[in-house]
Ligand binder design. Structure first.
Ligand SMILES: [Zn+2]
Length: 202
């Protein structure tokens, strides 16, 4: 009987280790191909958040941010465009779409799932981040909460451009790559785990 209990305890401990190994920031399996990011600011109500995200990421890595043109025309290589709009639906708040050099989306334009177009050999070459003002308004947050959520969305979505997938846990998360704004705690800055992930790769 003691042996069985020992075995169960061992299995439990192994399971715990496995869960810990699986938790935390995950990778899409591709990265962003440039150390300098040209930012296109086409989201006027997100200027503070875009400045905050460039500060957060340049502090955590060797990435350099420069201003790009304020339009969506070529050239795209090395550019990340931020756009906002009333997208008619309220089932998403913000979405990031990295593209490879051939112009193929690395992730689905609607679900954010990996498409298979991008990997370590065909990395993300440019990106497009959209903020959905319709769903943000529908949330009905007070100004402070809204400000924090906007920071969360901006910093989170840029993580997808760098090849970061969603966190595997939703309770007691340690990363801004949370699967939902209902996850706890909701971060609006890069955590220690985020900084480690980013610093290792960029
Ligand atoms: Zn996401």
């Amino acid at each position: 009987m003691k042996k069985i209990i020992k075995l169960i305890v061992m299995l439990y401990l192994l399971g715990g280790t496995l869960n810990m190994a699986l938790a935390g920031p995950a990778s899409y399996g591709f990265g962003y191909d440039h150390s300098t990011v040209k930012i296109r600011r086409l989201a006027p109500t997100y200027n503070i958040e875009i400045s905050a995200l460039t500060a957060e990421y340049s502090n955590a890595s060797e990435l350099v941010f420069e201003s790009g043109p304020n339009h969506l025309n070529p050239p795209y290589s090395g550019h990340v465009a931020f756009v906002e709009g009333l997208y008619g639906v309220t089932n998403w708040f913000a979405i990031a779409n990295p593209y490879n050099a051939a112009g193929q989306p690395c992730t689905s334009l609607t679900t954010g799932q990996k498409t298979g177009n991008c990997n370590n050999y065909t990395p993300a070459d440019y990106g497009y981040i959209r903020f959905n003002l319709a769903s943000q308004t529908a949330l009905g947050l007070d100004p402070t909460e809204l400000a924090n959520h906007k920071l969360h969305w901006a910093i989170h979505e840029f993580g997808h451009i760098l090849g970061r997938a969603h966190d595997t846990v939703c309770i007691d998360t340690d990363s801004i790559m949370e699967i939902s704004i209902d996850c706890t705690p909701l971060f609006w800055y890069l955590t220690a785990a985020d900084k480690t992930w980013i610093d290792t790769r960029y």
